[in-house]
Design a protein. Structure first.
Length: 404
């Protein structure tokens, strides 16, 4: 007789309750990442003004697709926090929560008597993650803040683009996404501290800050050398050849030579070992100073071959290359397929079968999973309030008040 299969292990964050009060991208993304690994995430939206991400970007049959990604693994409820009933209900929810993520302007929760003093009184173990453009204090704190402003203020835009072109912003939510990743890490750090102290705390996440870490040592360079990183297009000031190159079939590849050994292999591959023998070739900065001659050598070799031929030759030479892909290529790329980076979500009640990015990383023993895509506005309100102990008449009363 075969022994019954052992039940799968519980997700690592199962039992963790997260209230997502935030809108748009950075705060909600942090909550999504927690939900992907088992946290019970309750998305709290205004009854009449849902998260604007539901209406951002392309939609299918009137259903916003960005929300399907950002709202995955979240139950949804409505609550107007500015009403007495909404305030009282949030405090009841907070008493049983581990984490609240919010991105109101500083002072907004306090205006509703829902600041840290009230929330921590309701639950001393609560972690409150406050995600704003500029942080909770300072001269800009009360300004409206979006990722675009962080990309501009941080130095990212100033260093991005062609040398003779304007500062360039990314065509997607870069700073917001970086801040979302950082907020999820900050929340887990605060929860780890709670294991030692027994008390929660406030996470103050300013979207203008995490992108500075991603930009590397620019402040250190300026502090010690007065160096301001210029715009260099696809080139790097630290090594060469590093660029995108067009192939004979009209496609593009990217080449990177951050390691000296890789740079030497590339130049041997393209038939220019003489350049690798030059004295300046021995350092990344030396190669960067001669980027024109290196780009000409590499670009001319690549231009005579198809993209498939280029990639096969680079792989054989153990040199670093990648195709420049758009989303159509990503969806069929064999490496992404092997990693299951793009996964299928079944049985969405609005759109059926969906394909989207999988959870952020793989754990060997307690993996994360997408249990469902973003749900309709307020779909779980009554269920969540019933779990909280509210009666049908209390829920009806809140609805009449406009709190739901």
């Amino acid at each position: 007789m075969t022994a019954p299969a052992a039940p799968p292990p519980a997700p690592p964050l199962s039992g963790l309750r997260v209230l997502d009060l935030a809108t748009l991208f950075a705060g909600p993304l942090a909550a999504t990442l927690l939900g992907d690994f088992g946290a019970d995430v309750v998305k709290v939206e205004h009854p009449r003004r849902p998260d604007p991400s539901r209406g951002h970007g392309p939609a299918k049959d009137g259903v916003g697709l960005w929300w399907k990604l950002l709202g995955r693994n979240k139950r949804t409820m409505t609550l107007d926090l500015s009403t007495p009933g909404g305030r009282a209900t949030l405090l009841r929810l907070a008493a049983d929560a581990d984490v609240i993520v919010e991105n109101f302007r500083p002072g907004t929760l306090e205006k509703w008597d829902l600041g840290w003093a009230e929330l921590s009184a309701a639950n001393p173990r609560l972690v409150l993650a406050r995600v704003t453009g500029f942080g909770q204090f300072g001269p800009y704190a009360r300004r409206p803040g979006f990722g675009t402003l962080a990309e501009a203020m941080s130095g990212f835009a100033a260093a991005t683009g062609e040398p003779d072109g304007p500062p360039t912003l990314p065509p997607f939510g870069l700073a917001d996404s970086i801040a979302g990743l950082a907020t999820a890490y900050a929340v887990m750090t605060a929860l780890a501290a709670r294991e030692r102290t027994g008390r929660g705390q406030v996470v103050d996440m300013a979207i203008i800050e995490p992108i500075l870490t991603v930009l590397g040592p620019q402040p250190l360079w300026y502090d010690q050398l007065g160096h301001v990183q210029p715009r260099t297009g696809n080139r790097s000031t630290n090594n060469a050849p590093r660029n995108t190159y067009r192939t004979a079939d009209g496609k593009w590849v990217a080449v990177s030579t951050s390691a000296q050994s890789i740079a030497e292999r590339v130049l041997r591959l393209v038939g220019r070992p003489d350049l690798a023998a030059e004295p300046w070739f021995g350092s990344g900065t030396g190669r960067a100073a001669h980027a024109d001659v290196l780009d000409e050598a590499v670009g001319a070799w690549i231009a005579r071959r198809t993209r498939t031929e280029v990639i096969e030759a680079f792989e054989k030479a153990e040199a670093a290359v990648a195709p420049v892909q758009d989303v159509r290529d990503v969806m069929t790329d064999p490496q992404y397929a092997a990693l299951n980076t793009i996964t299928t979500v079944q049985d969405d009640p609005e759109l059926g079968t969906l394909r989207m990015q999988n959870v952020l990383f793989r754990l060997s023993e307690t993996p994360g999973a997408i249990r469902w895509a973003g749900r309709p506005h307020g779909a779980d309100t009554d269920t969540i309030l019933a779990e909280l102990g509210l009666t049908d008449s209390e829920i009806t009363s809140l609805r009449k008040e406009g709190a739901l």
